[in-house]
Design a protein around this ligand. Structure first.
Ligand code: F6P
Length: 363
């Protein structure tokens, strides 16, 4: 039986990627006595035949990387047209690329590949699995929008950053009697806004799953001012939008990216509610830096579990958290679907009970 395993990171970075790489490497070497190979920049290192596109990962190479953000293997979140094509919104791996990876796996006697990434990576990994590549997925994203796990790693660290930002915005908001708006990431999901909003004591939380009405936001602010608290904290998810409206995008280098709703909201609150407002886009601060203790533990558990899957020959699955257990879920059950915040999610209810406005109904 082969004693070689490979690992790669793909998609946007998230705190904890290095913790998974370390856990995979240590478990493979120390528990099983295998060799570990890191593919650089997603699968580009192999598929584009890059010089030094694959490196052997040793215990020395992964020493000390646990607390560091980013990924020592590099990552890509732009689909290279040589490798992938878009068909009806879905990314399809080119046939030659599947064959090339399979050939590499066979030539190098790789017994399994650990793919660390978000929904895009899981979609690609599932296609590779169907083509015969022995692959196991590890769910990463600050957005927490992957099915098959209670939580993705990276999410907890992002909430910490957003909560800290709210704590800092509170003192400036209070001093100047302003509405401070924090725009957070999350793509089409409001998980970061919801959790950080509760943790940071926000007064208004706007998420894409609950379209808002400006009148309801103004009413919540008036209510607060009348009660004597003349400042407010608003957390808005980047894809949040008014009832009947659309999320706001901007274009960077030919690609459409979510962003701008915070600034839009600041202007509208100023014009229509009559309060001075300022917006802060938290942006990539949510993705950079050291993982939280929770994310380090989760990422480590995922890495160890993924190697366990390779050892027992379980492929085409992702490892995930269910309660306090790590379980596996078939990739087929999770790809192409997103985990969104249900409007009646218990944390939304908690927020409403606390008097937080979600911008949809009077508080
Ligand atoms: O999926 C992670 C994420 O940070 C989203 O929250 C955000 O919309 C997007 O990636 C930003 O992507 P980029 O780094 O390519 O601008």
């Amino acid at each position: 039986m082969s004693t070689r395993i490979a690992v790669f990171t793909a998609g946007g970075d998230a705190p904890g990627l290095n913790a998974v790489i370390r856990a995979v490497t240590r478990t493979a070497i120390l528990k099983h006595g295998w060799e570990v190979y890191g593919i650089r920049d997603g699968l580009d290192g192999v598929l584009l035949d890059r010089p030094n596109g694959v490196e052997q990962l040793t215990l020395e190479r992964v020493t000390d990387i646990l607390p560091y953000g980013g990924t020592i293997l590099g990552t890509v979140n732009k689909m290279d047209p040589r490798l992938y094509v878009r068909e009806g919104g879905r990314v399809i791996v080119q046939e030659w690329a599947k064959k090339r990876l399979l050939e590499w796996v066979e030539q190098n006697s790789i017994r399994g590949i650990v793919a660390i990434g978000g929904d895009g990576t899981m979609n690609i990994s599932y296609q590779l699995f169907e083509a015969g590549v022995p692959i196991v997925g590890v769910p990463k994203t600050i957005d927490n929008d992957l099915l098959g796990t209670d939580q993705t790693f990276g999410f907890d660290s992002a909430i910490d950053v957003a909560t800290d930002a709210l704590d800092r915005l509170r003192t400036t908001a209070k001093s100047l009697k302003r509405v401070m708006i924090l725009e957070v990431m999350g793509r089409n999901a409001g998980w970061i806004a919801l959790h950080a909003g509760i943790a940071g004591g926000a007064h208004v939380i706007l998420i894409p799953e609950i379209p808002f009405r400006l009148e309801a936001v103004c009413q919540a602010l008036h209510h607060r001012w009348k009660r004597g608290s003349q400042y407010a904290l608003v957390v808005v998810a980047e894809a949040a939008h008014p009832v009947g409206g659309e999320p706001i995008y901007h274009e960077i280098g030919g690609t459409r990216r979510l962003g701008g709703v915070g600034e839009w909201l600041a202007r509208r609150i100023h014009a229509e509610c009559g309060y001075e407002a300022r917006a802060l886009v938290l942006g990539h601060l949510q993705r950079g830096g050291s993982p939280s203790a929770f994310d380090r533990i989760l990422a480590t558990q995922y890495g160890v579990a993924a190697v366990g899957c390779v050892a027992e020959g379980t492929f085409g699955v992702i490892v995930g958290l269910r309660g306090d257990r790590i379980q596996t879920v078939p990739m087929a059950d999770v790809v192409g679907r997103q985990k969104l915040v249900a409007p009646d999610h218990p944390l939304v209810k908690t927020g409403r009970d606390l008097g937080i406005s979600f911008g949809d109904e009077p508080v």
